[in-house]
Write a protein that binds this ligand. Structure first.
Ligand code: AMP
Ligand code: MG
Length: 487
């Protein structure tokens, strides 16, 4: 047997109305682009006896590994604020689950594996560009320590897909804590299917929030848990300048992982209003709006849980409202304490919040590069001889100098010696992010058959806290830069 995947499937044991059983559709000529051997090992998948054509067949869905039970999951969702009662996996097929070496249950899903009963007008396929974009960005996020789905493999299909133009088709083998979304709860709530809602809630409690099972009301504890993880997640995005781009409720994972990388991007120059997605005309999912949107999405989750939250409607509503009030403070605390750590503060003093907010205001008006400002502050934290790198980020270097004087006065009250401080800041402030112009160049090269730049970007972003030349901001920031939805 060329491959052994130790499947242990649970979602496929849930009632039939949770999914549709459907096999991937064969593709003409699969070719392996990349397989993530480190992740495979962690999943307990032995790839050593597998040659590239065999791996390509498996990750394209042409050959089903023993133990796979392919299903497309049912879900609904609010997209840009409008509710669709039925979305579902229209082009993704869950092969099954494995328990990884850390004891974590993980889904293995093929995205772009062909039509399903949820495909609506879609072809069930994915184009190479979006597949590689998701591969690069999800792996970069993982290396930054941010909860995310993972990329196990990418293959080209040897077939074309038709979007605005003809594009090479591809499949992404994706790993996730699970693919249960806020929209999964909405699917059953919209149908008034309370029994399924309870089954789903019990399932995610067991799978993702086992500690809540013993709570007085486990469903309230579940809601608290999801709210907490989403608040922490969005704070982590904010601290690295990440913009998800399409924070619909069907793209909000109950596990607290970043999921469904479509038109996402990291910003270069700091701009709270930054938005890159071509379809996000109103800026609904702009950088600084993300916490508000996460709260909105969690409110939709809370609504679905109302029948489980209290004996009466009023009690359920009061419980949901109380749970939701925790989001703001949880986000603010994670975000502000994260910012303070980014500028080298290990203790808390009055005025710290104003100090970091003042830096951000100066960065915004000076169009300072978000990543490099914080990265170069690491050198500056050791002493003013390190200031040049930060000053260079600001249109007007005086804007930094004025702030730096206050920052140094504050640093002087810290117990840590400057060299230690600089080193611990370097472990927090990445040097390397997948910058838009580098991602685009890697995608353009890959579409021309050269995967070198894609590999190089993966290599660099795998060690985001190591300095390495070649991944700097563009000489000229492209203010019209747009990303397109990953369909
Ligand atoms: P996404 O924008 O990828 O999060 O997808 C939103 C919804 O559209 C999900 O229900 C997808 O399954 C569905 N979808 C996106 N692209 C396709 C496609 N090419 N074929 C079928 N369904 C799709
Ligand atoms: Mg989606």
């Amino acid at each position: 047997m060329p491959i052994h995947i130790p499947f242990d499937n649970t979602y496929a044991r849930l009632p039939e109305r949770f999914y549709a059983r459907v096999n991937p559709t064969r593709v003409a000529a699969p070719r392996l682009v990349r397989v993530n051997t480190r992740l495979a090992e962690q999943l307990g998948i032995d790839l050593r006896n597998l040659n590239d054509p065999e791996a390509a067949n498996i990750f394209a869905g042409n050959v089903l590994p023993p133990g796979a039970e392919p299903i497309a999951l049912a879900y609904a969702g609010h997209q840009f604020g409008g509710f669709s009662p039925q979305l579902g996996d229209g082009r993704a097929i869950l092969l099954g689950e494995v328990v990884d070496l850390n004891g974590e249950r993980r889904d293995i899903q093929l995205k772009g594996a062909g039509p399903t009963p949820f495909s609506r007008q879609g072809d069930g396929r994915a184009a190479l560009g979006p597949v590689l974009r998701e591969y690069m960005i999800s792996e970069a996020m993982a290396a930054l320590g941010i909860p995310t789905t993972g990329a196990l493999a990418a293959v080209t299909t040897g077939e074309e897909v038709f979007r605005e133009t003809r594009l090479p088709g591809a499949v992404l083998a994706r790993i996730a804590g699970s693919h249960v979304r806020v929209g999964t709860f909405q699917f059953f709530a919209a149908r008034g299917d309370h029994e399924a809602l309870k089954t789903l809630a019990d399932y995610v409690i067991a799978r993702h929030y086992p500690d809540t099972a013993a709570a007085a009301n486990p469903y309230r504890a579940l809601l608290d848990g999801v709210i907490g993880r989403q608040a922490e997640l969005v704070a982590q995005w904010t601290l690295v300048g990440f913009i998800h781009g399409v924070m619909n409720t069907d793209n909000t994972a109950i596990s607290g992982e970043t999921i469904d990388y479509g038109p996402c991007a990291f910003m270069d120059a700091y701009d709270p209003a930054a938005v890159f997605s071509s379809i996000d005309q109103g800026g609904r999912y702009a950088y600084a709006n993300q916490p508000r949107i996460a709260h909105w999405n969690l409110s939709r989750l809370a609504e679905t849980l109302l029948p489980l939250l209290g004996e009466s409607d009023d009690a359920g509503l009061a419980s949901a409202e109380e749970a939701l009030t925790a989001f703001g403070p949880r986000f603010e605390t994670a975000y502000l304490s994260g910012l303070c750590r980014k500028i080298g503060l290990t203790t808390q003093r009055d005025g710290d919040t104003e100090l970091v907010r003042d830096l951000l205001a100066r960065m915004a008006s000076g169009a300072a590069d978000f990543t490099l400002t914080f990265r170069n502050l690491c050198a500056a934290a050791a002493g003013p001889e390190g200031d040049a790198g930060v000053r260079a980020q600001f249109a007007d270097a005086d804007a930094y100098d004025g702030w730096a004087a206050r920052w140094r006065a504050r640093l002087a009250t810290e117990p840590t010696p400057p060299a230690v401080r600089a080193a611990s800041m370097r472990a927090l402030n990445p040097a390397i992010i997948p910058r838009n112009h580098i991602v685009e160049a890697a995608l353009a090269a890959a579409l021309g058959g050269n995967f070198g730049p894609f590999e190089a970007l993966l290599d660099a972003t795998a060690q985001p806290f190591e300095d390495r030349p070649g991944f700097e901001p563009p000489a000229q920031i492209d203010r019209s830069y747009q990303t397109f939805c990953g369909t």
